[in-house]
Design a protein around this ligand. Structure first.
Ligand code: GAR
Length: 209
């Protein structure tokens, strides 16, 4: 059975593009992207989906009373779409535990650093790379992990490292981490999931090669 993949986005959608490109190359084995949900009506990610004939929905936080109601709305969209896998690809709104209960170990997030460093509240987008540069570390990278109630805290699926160079700006570093890490490990993790090749043992995962 092909798994239905729903992708949550908020911005430029280059990670969504990496998933679409992988799908078009036949590299997402056992799954298909069937829905893109954006928290932002102006997200360029929506255009990328439309160009590839993928259904889209916009669900904005400002139209809901609080985080609980917003989470319930997103959950209902995903349940209605019969999503087997939910991918957070640059989705910038924190949802509450209702979503985790509806999709236990069926949601994955790409984070632009090597978790458990440079993650948690306040660490998103370019801020992550600013803090990485300030800290002086020589290596950073990206992590794909299952989403749990703890922000950036779920079982890690794949990680990949990139160098931090002395002259890096946050923008330059973000681009390197995307190209070398995120755009590679996110499609790979999605394909592994769709082939039932990820086993979860507590906070650890085993990849069945
Ligand atoms: C990516 O670098 C992603 O890892 C990061 O935002 C960027 C979105 O880019 N996500 C987070 O910081 C989530 N905490 P994209 O819209 O081009 O994929």
């Amino acid at each position: 059975m092909m798994k239905n993949i729903a992708v949550l986005v908020s911005g430029g959608g280059t990670n969504l593009q990496a998933l679409i490109d992988a799908q078009n190359r036949g590299e997402i084995i056992g799954g298909k992207i069937t829905l893109v949900v954006s928290s932002n009506p102006d997200a360029y990610a929506l255009k990328r989906a439309e160009k590839n004939n993928i259904a889209t929905k916009v669900c904005e936080k400002k139209n809901y009373k609080d985080r609980a109601e917003y989470t319930a709305a997103i959950r209902d969209i995903l349940l209605e779409a019969k999503a087997d896998l939910v991918v957070y690809a640059g989705f910038m709104t924190i949802l509450d535990e209702q979503i985790v209960k509806a999709f236990p170990n069926k949601m994955m997030n790409v984070h632009p650093a090597l978790i458990p460093s440079f993650c948690g509240e306040g660490y998103w987008g370019l801020h992550v790379h600013e803090k990485v540069i300030e800290s002086g570390v020589k290596l950073t990278g990206a992590t794909v992990h299952f989403v749990t109630e703890e922000c950036d805290g779920g079982p890690i699926i794949l990680q990949k490292a990139s160098e931090v160079k002395f002259d890096d700006t946050p923008e330059i570093l973000q681009k390197r981490v995307m190209e070398e890490c995120e755009w590679k490990i996110l499609p790979r993790a999605v394909s592994l999931f769709c082939q039932d090749k990820i086993e979860v043992y507590g906070n650890r995962t085993k990849i069945i090669e």
